[in-house]
Design a protein around this ligand. Structure first.
Ligand code: GNR
Ligand code: NI
Length: 172
């Protein structure tokens, strides 16, 4: 297992669309998922898409367990949203690729999803609450979309200014 560097906006790689895993889920995919989980725990974050470590594959890891509770790693290969509610809820989101920016985003409050798990087994389930927020945030990454693309232009421009300033200071 290895902790890998997390890409930060405006890195153009984060705008790439990720490709489906073709064929079975292999040990190489599981090694990538292991690295992603370790990278996510180290950050720390509650979810991570493969593109955030530069791998343009439709793979996501997540752990929504509270601090102090036993870990609950979740793995998603080729996730698809089958159905979303019309009703939306706001949630203050952050992103490891958009450090120090937190803004409210409106998303459907419940989604039905299908994916392959760590062992390549197909799963279908419903997500609500933080699970629904996080899976939709992560699936946006697979399309090259960041949560700041879903906020007002003024807020996004402020966020980008903050990111560029932080990057400039880090480079000094
Ligand atoms: O760690 C994360 N926290 C978070 C909080 C609210 C909504 C979404 C997230 S996902 C984020 C990790 C991340 O950037 N995943 O892509
Ligand atoms: Ni993110």
């Amino acid at each position: 297992m290895a902790i890998r560097p997390i890409l930060v906006a405006p890195d153009p790689v984060l705008k790439q669309k990720s490709l489906p895993v073709e064929g079975p889920v292999t040990d190489a995919h599981r090694r990538l998922m292991d690295d992603m989980l370790e990278t996510m725990y180290d950050a720390p974050g509650i979810g991570l898409a493969a593109i955030q470590i530069g791998e343009p594959l439709r793979i996501i890891v997540m752990d929504l367990a509270r601090e102090g509770d036993p870990p609950e790693p979740r793995y998603f290969v080729n996730p698809e949203i089958l159905e979303s509610t019309e009703t939306t809820l706001p949630y203050e989101e952050g992103c490891l690729s958009v450090p120090e920016v937190f803004e409210e985003v409106q998303r459907p409050d419940k989604v039905r999803l299908r994916y392959l798990d760590y062992n390549g087994k197909p799963v279908e389930e419903e997500a609500s609450g933080l699970y629904a927020v996080c899976i939709q945030h992560e699936m946006d990454h697979l399309e090259g979309v960041l949560f700041i693309d879903r906020i007002s232009r003024l807020k996004r421009e402020n966020a980008m200014r903050k990111l560029k300033k932080a990057r400039k200071e880090a480079a000094l």
